[in-house]
Design a protein. Structure first.
Length: 253
């Protein structure tokens, strides 16, 4: 029986790389994205390798997600994998300078969107049972604070705790839960964060040999293909060039 994986945020970055990796291995794909032109092009390309069903939907829209998932064709009804990839960071300025709308967008996408897709797809994953996997894309920002991480880091801390708690609730179902926590990765994610500022993007990655989306896709593929009796609880990845900064101390003059 062909395995099916549901990938949110599949039109760029990690999501697109995962879609390509799983298609290469013959998995059936359900791909979501907000940008119809990009999603249609990706689905058309990957349909040359496997079965693909695209859903033009914003994970923040609960009603739209409910309708999209309810309308999945029978061939995609039972899932072996859910990759909760859709997420974003907006801005890297100190909290007093941030736009409250950006904060709200991060909460709605990184927390609520992940909640919606997970809850709505749980029955299908449980129906698959042993070997089914929920993989949530967290971040090292959920573990380590840094200037400008504020709400983004808070949303990724939620992803980590939600993943642990979800696994407790799925005891006995055979469904596995993993939180993958990447460090510095080079993708469109950062261009969005910097408001399209290409020079700031380039400066961030210059000489860093950052993790690439394909690296994450290969790691995700490995996790979902572990023997059914093994659960990878958390997996943190950083490029060798990245480490932890020391504590900051403000001194009196």
């Amino acid at each position: 029986m062909t395995s099916t994986v549901f990938i949110t945020g599949a039109t760029s970055g990690f999501g697109e790389a995962c879609a390509r990796r799983f298609a290469e291995a013959g998995w059936s794909l359900v791909l979501t994205g907000r940008r119809q032109e990009r999603l249609d092009a990706l689905c058309a390309e990957l349909s040359q390798q496997t079965q693909v069903h695209g859903l033009v939907v914003d994970v923040r829209d609960r009603k739209a997600m409910e309708e999209a998932i309810a309308s999945l064709p029978p061939a995609f009804a039972k899932l072996r994998g859910l990759i909760n990839n859709a997420g974003l960071a907006l801005g890297a300025d100190p909290a007093p300078q941030c736009d409250l709308d950006d904060w709200e967008t991060m909460v709605d996408t990184n927390i609520k969107g992940l909640m919606y897709s997970t809850r709505l797809l749980l029955p299908r994953l449980i129906a698959h049972g042993r070997g089914a996997t929920i993989l949530n894309v967290g971040s090292v920002a959920g573990n380590y604070p840094y200037p400008g991480s504020h709400v983004y880091g808070g949303t990724k801390a939620f992803v980590g705790q939600f993943s642990l708690s979800l696994r407790c609730d799925l005891r006995g179902t055979g469904v596995r839960v993993t939180n993958i926590e990447p460090g510095l990765c080079e993708s469109e994610f950062s261009l969005v964060r910097f408001g399209g500022d290409q020079s700031r993007y380039d400066a961030t990655y210059a000489g860093a040999e950052a993790i690439q989306p394909q690296d994450i896709a290969e790691t995700v593929f490995w996790i979902l293909n572990q023997p059914a009796h093994i659960n990878i609880n958390n997996l943190e990845l950083m490029p060798v060039s990245q480490d932890w900064a020391g504590f900051s101390i403000t001194r009196k003059d």
